[in-house]
Ligand binder design. Structure first.
Ligand code: 8YV
Length: 322
């Protein structure tokens, strides 16, 4: 019997073909909503599900009694109900490693762009305001030699810290549930409590996964602990931060600036003041969005689902116990 896959994110022909050679594929190119009746019907026969960005609820899993494995095209899997999947014995696969360096690049891009006010200055030049843009009121702040506080110190966090320590001579502090002795050795990184990190860091960069524990990890109290000169960078998930508190901290000068790739609501609401604030660099969740990395992520998801549905161990499995 040919197994059936539902793919609900845009895939290149090279990836789609690999799936079609082995499975019957119900392909929903860039599905906008899981309410789509054809998608819901296709779930009824699906053995595999491939895609990212939409929220997959336990109720949707009820529609897919034959589901054996899901492969998200992302390292984060907060869109998926991990417990419900595990309880049903459904494998959940993600795409770590292949996006680490690109996402760390994005973290550093935001550090540099906010510190050196790159977007603001480029906008002035674009408007023909060269002279206005070069005076002291538009000077930036140094990155090299400063203190980088990493909230979360997994693969991506370590990548940002490596760039800071080795490329820019930064002192690295990190707050993480487990100590990382190898990185302490390599980068001279020092583990400390979150509050101490927030008080000392010139740049606070968030890379923790979104879980119940990390939801609104950074809020009013935490912004209050940061230096008025602090630059806050989030390349993790928007919901790790209380966005109203962030906006208030930026408006009142409690912190200096923010570089954000992720938001509580995505796409960002047109009413959000964040992209219009002069001390904010807002990107549309593009941490991993390079040609090379998105191709590698899609390939990893394809490999994962093929291995899982062929009864072999996927390359990156989130829920071992399933
Ligand atoms: C995007 C990400 O969510 O991998 C992740 O966790 O945040 C990003 O790469 C993803 O690629 C969207 O499809």
């Amino acid at each position: 019997m040919t197994k059936r896959i539902v793919a609900y994110t845009r895939l290149k022909p090279i990836h789609l073909d690999q799936l079609r050679q082995r499975f019957h594929v119900d392909y929903f190119e860039a599905l906008k909503s899981t309410d789509d009746p054809d998608f819901r019907q296709a779930l009824g026969q699906a053995h595999g599900l491939v895609g990212s960005s939409l929220v997959i609820t336990p109720e949707l899993l009820d529609l897919a009694p034959q589901l054996e494995a899901v492969a998200t095209i992302s390292v984060g899997y907060d869109n998926y109900p991990v417990e419900a999947l595990t309880r049903r014995g459904i494998l959940l696969c993600n795409t770590p490693d292949v996006l680490t360096e690109t996402t760390a690049d994005t973290g550093f891009l935001l550090i540099m762009a906010t510190a050196r006010r790159a977007i603001e200055l480029a906008d002035l030049v674009k408007r023909g305001d060269w002279t206005a843009s070069i005076g002291e009121p538009h000077f930036g702040t140094d990155v090299h030699g400063k203190t980088l506080g990493m909230v979360g110190f997994g693969r991506i966090g370590a990548g940002v810290a490596r760039r800071g320590a080795l490329g820019f001579g930064m002192r690295v502090l990190y707050a993480c549930s487990s100590p990382k002795p190898a990185l302490e050795q390599e980068l001279g990184a020092v583990r400390c409590e979150l509050d101490e990190l927030l008080a000392q860091a010139d740049f606070v960069c968030v890379t923790v996964p979104l879980t119940a524990e990390t939801t609104h990890l950074i809020g009013r109290r935490e912004f209050g602990l940061m230096k008025p000169s602090a630059i806050f960078v989030n390349i993790a998930r928007g919901k790790v931060v209380d966005e109203a508190a962030l906006i208030a901290a930026l408006e009142t000068g409690e912190i200096h600036a923010a570089g954000l790739d992720v938001f509580e609501q995505e796409p960002l609401s047109p009413e959000s003041p964040l992209p219009h604030m002069v001390n904010v660099v807002a990107l549309p969740h593009v941490g991993s969005a390079t040609h090379e990395t998105r191709d590698a992520m899609a390939q990893r998801a394809v490999d994962n689902i093929i291995l899982a549905l062929e009864g072999k161990r996927p390359l990156s499995l989130v829920n071992e116990t399933a």
